[in-house]
Design a protein around this ligand. Structure first.
Ligand SMILES: [Zn+2]
Length: 235
């Protein structure tokens, strides 16, 4: 094979490897951000569950105070019951006592319901906490894996760039410029394989004479349609 053509092929390979690694590295911060977002969502869900428990507990304390007040009132009424003078006053007092007793019962029912609600919410919070703990572990593992692969890719890129610079020095200036020109308009790909008598990049059929010259790999040849350098890799 023509040595310059061989260099162009290696040069192309290096370019594509570098671009591929750069693309992958570029996606890493985005991926880390997405993972962090997922974890934040779970943390908020857990926080909300805790808030619901706190709200219910606050309501419980409020009910306790109300029951206490009602009990005080009840014992006051009972004391007053001994001091009433008329039957009408006595009946009215009994009525008050009964009403207050009912109110206490209602509030105690509410407290019981509240306690059951707290238990249910605590179970939900426990589940949400499990999810959060599991995700936190997964996310931190994934994150450090991504960070490791970013570091690794960076040093790989640096190494490949070094090789590319070395190789570039061995490519004649004019040829390199031609390569860069084609690469810049062909999405970074300045070389194409010739196979089955056609350019594998643009799929245009090569003239038989042209193809047989390309097949020797002895000359720098280009595709007459897309201008890419052509090489032959065997049938
Ligand atoms: Zn072509």
């Amino acid at each position: 094979m023509n040595s310059e053509l061989g260099r162009l092929i290696r040069f192309q390979e290096l370019n594509l490897k570098i671009v591929g690694l750069e693309e992958r590295t570029k996606q890493i911060p985005e991926e880390v951000g997405r993972l962090t977002g997922t974890l934040e969502d779970s943390r908020q869900a857990l926080e909300e569950k805790h808030q619901l428990i706190e709200e219910e507990q606050k309501r419980q304390r409020q009910l306790e105070l109300e029951v206490e007040t009602l009990r005080d009132r009840l014992s006051k009424f009972r004391g007053q019951l001994m001091e009433v003078k008329t039957n009408r006053e006595y009946q009215a007092m009994l009525h008050e006592i009964e009403g207050t007793g009912k109110e206490i019962e209602e509030k105690e029912d509410q407290m019981l319901e509240g306690m059951m609600a707290i238990e249910e919410r605590e179970e939900l919070a426990r589940q949400a906490n499990e999810v959060y703990q599991r995700e936190e572990k997964e996310v931190s593992e994934k994150r450090s894996k991504l960070e490791r692969s970013a570091t690794q890719a960076e040093s790989e890129i640096a190494e490949l760039q070094k090789h590319r610079r070395q190789l570039e020095r061995e490519i004649p200036e004019g040829l390199n410029q031609q390569f860069q020109r084609i690469a810049s308009v062909r999405n970074g790909v300045a070389l194409a394989e010739a196979k089955d008598q056609s350019c594998q990049a643009c799929h245009v059929k090569l003239r038989p004479q042209h193809f047989s010259e390309v097949k020797t790999n002895q000359k720098i040849m280009t595709c007459e349609n897309c201008n890419r350098f052509l090489y032959y890799a065997g049938s």
